[in-house]
Design a protein around this ligand. Structure first.
Ligand SMILES: Nc1ncnc2c1ncn2[C@@H]1O[C@H](COP(=O)(O)OP(=O)(O)OP(=O)(O)O)[C@@H](O)[C@H]1O
Length: 327
């Protein structure tokens, strides 16, 4: 495994602040991986990315990009990274293609190469027809794609993306997600900061969840979801045939592997009055409990009228680790 980003015991305390914004953060990102850096507002993500991209000087700790110590050699580190901010920061006095050429020149890309690269990137980002468009005439999705093209023009090793799909329509969002996923095959490492848990779950090979400037966990989305206690659910709608809903609930709660049974309200207007909806919280594989649940209900002559299996999401993991309180 080659490490693209190595953060060790990073601490940042802003002047006049009483707390550390980043408080001993450590994690590694592998080369060619898409790494989701997640955390509630104020968790320290922007500060961490700021240090990694040389914009913020840390209080202590060590940060390396592609083996280069960012603190000791910020100029060399800077050539290895590119940042796509959430807010559009394209040059409005230049057209789309000129934005790419200007950036390439700044990074010392040769004349013939930069023209060919600009055209190739415009094409790849679905902007071939917008080469001469003014920045002000681009849609949100087009601007976002142009910023990614601009970021890629100097062949960065690590691309930092901040909330890339915020405000985009579903089509633009899908296109952008596909282009981000393509970067993996080129060996470009992506560090994605987002509050969109679906986006993080879909795109990230691994995610790190940060809170109060510390790393709470790092793993693949599927492993994080799997390790969440009681992550599977089974919603059963039953006709208890003379039994009280409580008796049915108690009978199901006694099955090994069922952690907890909750009575659900019928969605307004739906469901027959003699029906009871129960949600079973399951430890382990939900499908393995289908047989025991059906058998227990059958024994008690309870009719099942509907059944649905559910699983947890990355959002459930996030809430479980960082709590429900707003920051
Ligand atoms: N320039 C600054 N001066 C003082 N404190 C700051 C500064 N920038 C950030 N902070 C504080 O540092 C902490 C971490 O902020 P940071 O912006 O890194 O969090 P974040 O995870 O990126 O949040 P968000 O999701 O809202 O962007 C917060 O308490 C914030 O108020």
């Amino acid at each position: 495994m080659t490490t693209a980003v190595d953060v060790a015991d990073l601490v940042k305390r802003y002047p006049k602040s009483r707390n550390n914004a980043v408080d001993g953060l450590s994690f590694r990102v592998r080369r060619g991986e898409i790494f989701g850096l997640l955390g509630p507002n104020g968790a320290g993500k922007t500060t961490t990315v700021g240090v990694l991209t040389t914009r913020i000087v840390p209080t202590s700790g060590k940060v390396e990009i592609g083996g280069i110590d960012v603190g000791r050699n910020p100029v060399a580190a800077k050539t290895k990274v590119a940042v796509v901010p959430q807010r559009v920061n394209l040059d409005r006095s230049l057209n789309a293609r000129q934005n790419l050429l200007f950036h390439a020149t700044y990074h010392g890309v040769g004349r013939s190469t930069r023209h060919a690269l600009a055209d190739e990137l415009l094409d790849r980002m679905g902007l071939a027809g917008k080469a001469k468009a003014r920045v002000d005439d681009l849609s949100g999705g087009q601007s976002q794609r142009l910023m990614i093209a601009r970021a890629l023009i100097h062949h960065p090793e690590v691309l930092f993306l901040d909330e890339p799909a915020t405000g985009l329509d579903p089509q633009a969002r899908l296109f952008l997600h596909d282009r981000i996923a393509d970067l993996r095959s080129e060996g470009i490492t992506v560090v994605l900061t987002t509050h969109d848990m679906d986006e993080a779950e879909k795109l990230s090979d691994r995610v790190g969840i940060v809170d109060h400037g510390r790393m709470l966990t790092v793993d693949t989305p599927s492993e994080l979801i799997r390790s969440l206690p009681g992550s599977g659910t089974m919603d059963v709608t039953v006709r208890p045939s003379g039994r009280t809903p409580e008796a049915t609930s108690d009978a199901l709660a006694g099955i090994p592997g069922i952690r907890h049974v909750e009575r659900l309200e019928h969605p307004s207007g739906a469901g027959a009055p003699d029906e009871t909806r129960l949600r079973l919280y399951v430890a382990g594989e939900t499908t393995e409990l289908l047989g025991p649940v059906a058998a227990r209900l059958h024994e008690r002559a309870v009719t099942v009228t509907d059944l649905a299996l559910g699983s947890a999401s990355l959002e459930d993991v996030f809430i479980d680790l960082t709590g429900r309180d707003m920051r």
